[in-house]
Design a protein around this ligand. Structure first.
Ligand code: PLP
Length: 376
């Protein structure tokens, strides 16, 4: 061997490719590719961040105690059973590292969040993919993948990039049917957005089982994606394991103070929920009326299916929209090459997307491509 070699499973990872955020030459850009909130963070979070700036020479308090207490108070949870992390991605990674090793298997669903595959492989494990039904996780299919080698099952609920969700009774059946040695991770990154009576983010199941963990984030509805703050709630023995392997200062003081301030701003949260309640159904309806298929979403984004027809494909639409400063998320890496994912944006962005899609569907995209190939 002529140079150090990473473990084989490391080289089996396709690095996570974030959605693009630029549209060269398009003028004003609307980034609708990362499920960020169009309302931005709470002004209180910005103020808290400014106030703490002189203190950044000091290490953060290592256990994120103040943040865990604020989360506990807000959600009625025991702070000792909460772990904070650098985004919920950090918690997902710690879970895989702590519970999965070479020879072990980790299960997730067909169109599930791609981070699961990455963290299972990074831990040295083998990713196992359960088929979905109508772009929705299927409890029986997930259970059919479980055997004595299975250590972890990841379920995003609602799921990214599909936006579909499983009702509480289905998730409860999954939790109750898993063997006791398998950890179920309920990734509820979009929980605050869900307006469904049969939805439960995971607290009740964590409380009822020794093998269920819930993860949450401040990156989405709270608008703090750049600060990287997420958390997990689980049985004491799981939180203990994660605390042993996390890096000692895994949440910055900036992230903590901003998240605590954001949690306290209930009006801002309500505004974000209200905005989504208005525009998610509007986008779903208007885009479907153009003849496109829109998956039913419980989150703050929709997956839009484009026809196979030349000039009308998702790739054509992506080019067409990007040229107009409307940046959506291509999801071919998820095995959904005929879809684009659209985040609910500001009123202006939403109206522009629908108008541009209408133009595209009337053949403008095809005409533009034909012209480009004639001249190119
Ligand atoms: C965005 C997202 C996350 C994580 O985001 P962080 O910024 O790392 O907290 C986790 N799960 C799903 C399904 C997501 O869409």
């Amino acid at each position: 061997m002529t140079r150090p070699a990473p473990r084989p499973s490391v080289l089996a990872i396709d690095p996570y490719v974030p959605g693009k955020s630029a549209a060269p030459g398009a003028g004003r850009v609307f980034k609708l590719s990362a499920n960020e909130t169009p309302l931005g963070p709470s002004p209180r979070a910005i103020e808290a961040l400014r106030d703490m700036a002189p203190e950044i020479a000091l290490y953060p308090e290592g256990s994120s105690r103040a943040l865990r207490e604020a989360i506990g108070a807000r959600h009625g949870l025991d702070p000792a059973r909460i772990i904070a992390g650098a985004g919920s991605d950090n918690i997902l990674e710690l879970l895989a590292l702590a519970y999965v090793g070479p020879g072990d298997e980790g299960v997730y669903s067909q169109y599930g969040f791609l981070e699961y595959k990455i963290v299972i492989l990074a831990a040295g494990g083998t990713p196992i993919v359960a088929p979905e039904t109508h772009y929705t996780a299927n409890v029986d299919a997930l259970l059919a993948c479980v055997n004595e080698k299975t250590k972890i099952v990841f379920l995003a609920n609602p799921n990214n990039p599909t936006g579909t969700y499983l009702p509480a009774r289905d998730v409860a059946r999954l939790a109750a049917s898993l063997p006791a040695h398998v950890l179920l991770v309920l990734d509820a990154a979009y929980a605050e957005y869900v307006r469904r009576e049969d939805y439960e983010a995971g607290v009740a199941l964590v409380n009822a089982h020794e093998n269920v963990v819930m993860t949450r984030t401040f990156s989405k509805i709270y608008g703090l994606a750049a600060l990287r703050v997420g958390w997990g709630y689980g049985p004491a023995h799981v939180i203990d394991a994660l605390n042993r392997i996390r890096s000692p200062f895994n949440v910055s003081s900036a992230g903590s103070v901003a998240a605590i301030a954001a949690l306290a701003d209930e009006a801002h949260l309500a505004a974000a929920v209200g905005h989504n309640e208005r525009w998610l159904p509007w986008l779903t309806r208007e885009i479907a009326a153009l003849g496109l298929t829109v998956l039913p979403s419980a989150a703050n984004f929709v997956a839009i299916r484009f026809p196979e027809a030349k000039g009308l494909t998702a790739a054509d639409a992506d080019r067409f929209l990007t040229a107009r400063g409307l940046v959506l998320r291509a999801v071919a890496a998820y095995g959904m090459p005929d879809f684009l994912r659209l985040t609910v944006g500001s009123q202006e962005a939403n109206e522009k997307v629908v108008a541009a899609l209408a133009e595209f569907m009337q053949g403008a995209g095809a005409r533009e491509s034909a012209r480009a190939s004639l001249h190119g």
